[in-house]
Design a protein around this ligand. Structure first.
Ligand code: SF4
Length: 310
C-alpha cells in the first residue's frame, strides 16, 4: 500500500513571514507537516510580483505576490493569514485584511490551494482560536492542535526574547549607531532593506532595529509621541523610537513606496522627534542602490560632523 503523502505548506518569504516564521515553522512541524519557503527576494521575484499587482500596490505587496508565484505548484497549500486587529486601536494596515482574498483572486486560475487563518480580536477571533481552526481544517484533533500551538508559541517567544536582547546590546556599543525604523518585512528583505543595513555596516556604523523591541513596552511608550496612531506595527516602531532615540546618533525612517501608514507616521515622527537627525528613505521598485547609497553617505557625514568627527 502506498504511504500517505505528508502535505507541504508553502510560506512566502515576505510580509508576515518576518514576524511569524518561528511560530509557523514550529506549528506545522509539531503537526508533522512539511514547510517550504520561497527563496530570498531578487529582481525576478520583484518583477513577477509587479506584473501581478495593480500599479497602486505598495512595494511590499508586489514582493509578496512575487513570492507566492515562486511557490506556485511547489507545495500543497500556501499559507496566507488574514490579520485584522489585535484589539481596540490596535489595527493592521488594510492590506493584511485583504491579503487572502486578494491573493486567491490573483491566482484564481492556477489551481493552487491556499490555507488561511483569521485574527480579528475586535471580533473575538484571537491567535489561539485562529490556529485551532487552522489545525482542525487540516484534519487534526483539537488536543493535537492545542499542543502544537502551545509548543510553537513557546519557541516563538524564546527566540524573540533572544533577538530583543541582542538589539539591546547594540545600543551599548561604542561608535556611531543609527536606528532603522521600518517594518520587519522591509528592513529584513535582502533585496530592499538589507542593502541599507549592509551599507551602514560597511561604513563603520552600527544599525539597530526599531522593530525588534519589547512590543508591549513599545506600544505603551508610543503615546509619548502619538496618542492617535492606530496601526499596531507603527505603534511598536513609534514606541521603540521613544524608548531608544537618546541612545542612537541618528534615525532612518525606511519605508516601501507608497505606504499609507508610513506616509503619515513618518511625517509625524519628523515633526515630533527633534533630538537626533532623521533621514526619510522611501524605497520603490526602481530604486537603484547608487541613489540610496549617496543619501546614506551624506546622512552619515552629517552625523559625523554633528558628533565632531569630521
Ligand atoms: S504598512 Fe505599508 S508597506 Fe506594509 S503592507 Fe501596508 S501599505 Fe504596504
Amino acid at each position: 500500500m502506498e504511504a500517505k503523502k505528508t502535505p507541504v505548506v508553502g510560506l512566502p518569504r515576505a510580509m508576515l513571514y518576518y514576524r511569524y516564521r518561528t511560530l509557523w515553522h514550529a506549528f506545522f512541524e509539531e503537526l508533522g507537516m512539511k514547510t517550504v519557503v520561497s527563496g530570498p527576494t531578487d529582481r525576478e521575484i520583484l518583477d513577477r510580483g509587479t506584473a501581478l499587482a495593480i500599479d497602486e500596490a505598495c512595494l511590499s505587496l508586489k514582493i509578496f505576490l512575487g513570492h507566492v508565484a515562486a511557490l506556485e505548484g511547489k507545495c500543497d497549500y500556501i499559507l496566507i493569514p488574514r490579520v485584522s486587529s489585535f484589539g481596540r486601536h490596535r489595527n493592521m494596515c488594510t492590506r493584511f485584511e485583504a491579503l487572502p482574498d486578494l491573493t486567491k483572486n490573483v491566482f484564481r486560475e492556477s489551481g493552487q490551494k491556499f490555507l488561511t487563518y483569521d485574527i480579528d480580536v475586535l471580533q473575538k477571533k484571537d491567535e489561539p482560536a485562529a490556529f485551532l481552526a487552522l489545525g482542525q481544517a487540516l484534519g487534526f484533533p483539537v488536543r493535537t492542535v492545542r499542543r502544537a500551538y502551545k509548543a510553537a508559541k513557546k519557541a516563538e517567544q524564546s527566540q524573540y526574547k533572544a533577538r530583543v536582547r541582542e538589539q539591546e546590546l547594540l545600543y551599548k556599543k561604542d561608535g556611531l549607531k543609527i536606528l532603522i525604523a521600518a517594518h520587519s518585512y522591509v528592513v529584513e528583505d535582502p533585496y530592499i532593506g538589507k542593502t541599507v543595513t549592509s551599507y551602514l555596516k560597511k561604513a563603520g556604523v552600527t544599525p539597530v532595529r526599531a522593530d525588534i523591541v519589547d512590543r508591549k513596552a513599545a506600544v505603551e511608550c508610543s503615546v509619548q509621541i502619538s496618542h492617535t496612531c492606530k496601526w499596531e506595527f507603527s505603534r511598536e516602531i513609534v514606541g521603540s523610537i521613544a524608548m531608544h532615540c537618546d541612545k542612537v546618533n541618528g534615525i532612518i525612517l525606511l519605508s516601501a513606496f507608497p505606504c499609507g501608514p508610513d506616509s503619515m507616521v513618518n511625517e509625524l515622527l519628523a515633526r515630533r522627534v527633534k533630538r537626533v537627525p532623521i533621514l526619510n528613505l522611501v524605497l520603490d521598485s526602481q530604486t537603484g542602490t547608487a541613489g540610496v547609497e549617496t543619501r546614506l553617505e551624506s546622512f552619515i557625514d552629517i552625523i559625523r560632523f554633528k558628533e565632531g568627527q569630521l
